[in-house]
Write a protein that binds this ligand. Sequence first.
Ligand code: MRU
Length: 365
Amino acid sequence: MVDQSLPALRWAESPDGPEVVLLDQTLLPAQEVELECRDVPALVDAIRRLAVRGAPVLGLAGAYGVALAAARGADVEEAARQLSGARPTAVNLGYGVRRALAAYRAGGGNAGPGARAALDEARALHREDARASELMAGHGARLLADLLPQADGHRLLTHCNTGTLVSGGGGTALAVVRAVHRAGALRRLWVDETRPLLQGSRLTAYEAAREGMPHTLLPDSAAGSLFAAGEVDAVLIGADRITADGSVANKVGSYPLAVLAAHHRVPFIVVAPVSTVDPDTPDASGIEIEQRAAREVTEWAPGAPVAPEGTRVYNPAFDVTPPALLTAVVTEHGVASPVDRASLAQLCSRSRLSESRSGNGMMKA
Ligand code: MRU
């Protein structure tokens, strides 16, 4: 296993011009290799292959992608369309693109001041994302302490990957777990392997090991027996899109965990920045769920089949958990609980207020 010291995403000025440099997550945990994207088609390909993945960092990829197109003198409006359409479910991708595009246009829409404005905006988003991680970690750890007063530490279950690999900072749900761990209150992190692409085993177990968290990996199908044995105190996950009514799209397998948690009366907590809340989508019916290739299920690794050739496959990347199954949504602007239109709208308006105070009026387009 490698010791990750490279950020998930960075901007670089190479001798060949500007680049967006990604830590290629498809190669983890075996190898730590950076991928240099010199144009938007390369970045779009990396997003589709999940070389960079997870909602907040997709927002950064979108924003830096617009800055890259502008700095390289490409067609920025077309680049913005390609980036926004690279994956459909995570709302942060379009959010990052819109912010950098608005800055580019406001800067004159050219390769000089326009390009600089787009890059400044991407960097501002990067800083905001890192700060949001810190705030979510604090809010989430306090919420857990309130919900779980027992003294002998928390046994937390998580799904997919929500740590430093998805963020310009510490991440979302895993940032909360890290804060609990640093406070000496993490008894065990249960890590769902997260079929079919194994973001749990390849990425979360890797981050947990690197940070010395006591953790145990399980196949997704083993979660029910863990709940039945009383081994889970709370579930923490991230989100790719939260609709106005509080429906949460996240990595497929999240919804069955929420059903299990409700049945066993275990808190089910979603941790996400306010940029993941999509007030323009009223409810779950408006969420486009990305469908992925059959081979992700029929092959264990490229060329290693685990199903007869020609088997039909259902492979959605995400599912949707209804708000009634959520205990809380933790954001950088506070906690929504119960999760409903009113509590989410309040968090969004707090966010707009703080942005107008800090001079950044570009919330959602
Ligand atoms: O398909 P992925 O790996 O991009 O899916 C990622 C997830 O579902 C994460 O849980 C989500 O983006 C939240 S990350 C903070």
